[in-house]
Design a protein around this ligand. Structure first.
Ligand SMILES: [Zn+2]
Length: 178
């Protein structure tokens, strides 16, 4: 799955919105539709050009914290890294990093990082692996957005939910109360 950095997100139908899963319980879902414009970041493939370079340490740690705290569109399945030299054998759990790597080379779902007003960056969960294990340098505006992102920011509309961020205009599906 390759998309140019900062191109409009088209992986999932626009009218389907984004589904945020509450990390921890895994039983609360918030659907967000039309709340922001989505821009792709970090959808890499081996045969397509991408930018390598050093990233600020604070960006790397902030990105890892964000990946721990957020889960978006998890139902879309497992993405495997196309940049790693060979597929892992079946005995290697997909969520365990390869030897010498910091992040797993397969992942589910995506993350959203708020950018300019009305905009959110849409990155695959594998972006942590791309940055930390392959030296991927995302666009500067994405680096700045992660640095500016406060993980404690929560929508006033959902004070009890353990989401790192919720845009206005989200629709709640609460499986705990169904
Ligand atoms: Zn890889």
């Amino acid at each position: 799955m390759f998309y140019d950095d900062l191109s409009p997100y088209t992986y999932w139908a626009a009218d389907a919105g984004d589904v945020f899963t509450e990390v921890g319980t895994g039983t609360r879902f918030v659907t967000v539709r039309d709340a922001y414009r989505r821009l792709n970041v970090g959808w890499l493939e081996a045969d397509r050009p991408w930018t390598a370079g050093p990233v600020p340490a604070r960006f790397a740690s902030g990105l890892l914290a964000l990946l721990e705290a957020q889960a978006v569109n998890e139902a879309l399945g497992l993405h495997e890294c196309d940049l790693c030299p060979e597929p892992l054998d079946d005995a290697h759990p997909w969520y365990e990093p390869r030897p010498g790597h910091r992040c797993a080379s397969a992942g589910t779902g995506e993350i959203r990082v708020p950018g300019a007003p009305g905009t959110a960056y849409a990155a695959p969960s594998l972006i942590g692996h791309y940055v930390l294990d392959h030296g991927y340098l995302p666009p500067r505006e994405f680096v700045d957005a992660v640095l500016a992102f406060g993980l404690r920011d929560r929508s006033a509309a959902f004070p009890s939910f353990a989401f790192p961020w919720m845009p206005d205009g989200a629709t709640v599906y609460d499986a705990l109360n169904e």
